[in-house]
Design a protein around this ligand. Sequence first.
Ligand SMILES: NC(=O)c1ccc[n+]([C@@H]2O[C@H](COP(=O)([O-])OP(=O)(O)OC[C@H]3O[C@@H](n4cnc5c(N)ncnc54)[C@H](O)[C@@H]3O)[C@@H](O)[C@H]2O)c1
Length: 325
Amino acid sequence: MKKVLVTGGAGYIGSSICHALSDKGYTPVILDSLVQGEKSFIDQFPFYHRDIGDKDVIKEILEKEGPIDSCIHCAARIIVPESVECPDLYYTENVSKSLKLFKELIDNNFKKIIFSSSASIYDASLNTSVTEKSPKNPISPYARTKYMTEMILEDLAKRYQISGISLRYFNPIGADPQMRCGAYAKDPSHVLGKLVSVYLKKQKTFYVTGTKWPTRDGSGLRDYIHVRDLATAHISALETVIEPGFSPLNLGTSHGVTVYELIQAFEKVIGSQIAIEKTDPRPGDVAGCVPQISLSQKILNWTPEYSLETGIRHSLEWAAKWFPE
Ligand SMILES: NC(=O)c1ccc[n+]([C@@H]2O[C@H](COP(=O)([O-])OP(=O)(O)OC[C@H]3O[C@@H](n4cnc5c(N)ncnc54)[C@H](O)[C@@H]3O)[C@@H](O)[C@H]2O)c1
């Protein structure tokens, strides 16, 4: 069984990728420091409880596992307010350590690096549908670390003739369809997580933060992609022969959804109404943007399959399993 190195494989997205890989006959080899994430999601896979910044960590893994030539690099700090509070930590963890990791992968003959990038690198104030070439304007230190790491990967991929694929995720939702892993944070900061918290009565009211954006109903616009569809795109990126060099690709659905539309879809799934209150935008909030995905569809021969309603249903099913009371 072909082995694939997955950094951050104990995390929300990484664990979903590991199960999707295993379902397709690959063996994910996981490198994760467990600064976040949940080890029990991925107990059946080879696991290295190490930091991506550790000296010679790749060499050690290869000595035990044998040759591996592809890496999916998900490991990162991901909390935007924390990145504002501690930008130096984020630049060290996400940028410096990724540079060190990339060089070690290249020195150990890896030919493909698939990087978890983010829609937050785009200029979301324009309220447009973005292609991979659209203007970038990462606002938070977190988003800047993603953009900087992309630039590092671009330069290294060109210089060392490896395939550097940067997958720009929009808003992942849902859980593994077989309920083997999912979101594990107790106080989720993203919009669907907050709706689930209200439904599970952990929170009284859902706050619509910002209602005067230049969108069709004034609320923020996002593009929600099922985490299993994200995972499948990584497998396509592994299996597709992609020329050496840098390939940035959007991963979303291209069907933008406003916060009010998300609430409506959520209410349809649960069959009851959610208490909402309108408030001002939070610092750093933006109108939002929606991806064009024709390039990913063409290059990866991939298309997202799960609907918004299924993503909501899987999030609820997972929350009932993971947070039973
Ligand atoms: N969740 C989102 O909404 C979203 C959106 C766009 C992009 N992304 C990107 O996807 C990737 C995965 O995100 P997630 O939501 O699964 O986050 P997560 O926090 O659940 O997972 C990240 C994993 O990386 C590990 N990790 C962090 N720093 C490490 C280090 N120095 N060495 C080894 N392991 C380390 C953590 O322990 C954790 O298991 C991240 O790179 C993130 O920037 C996430």
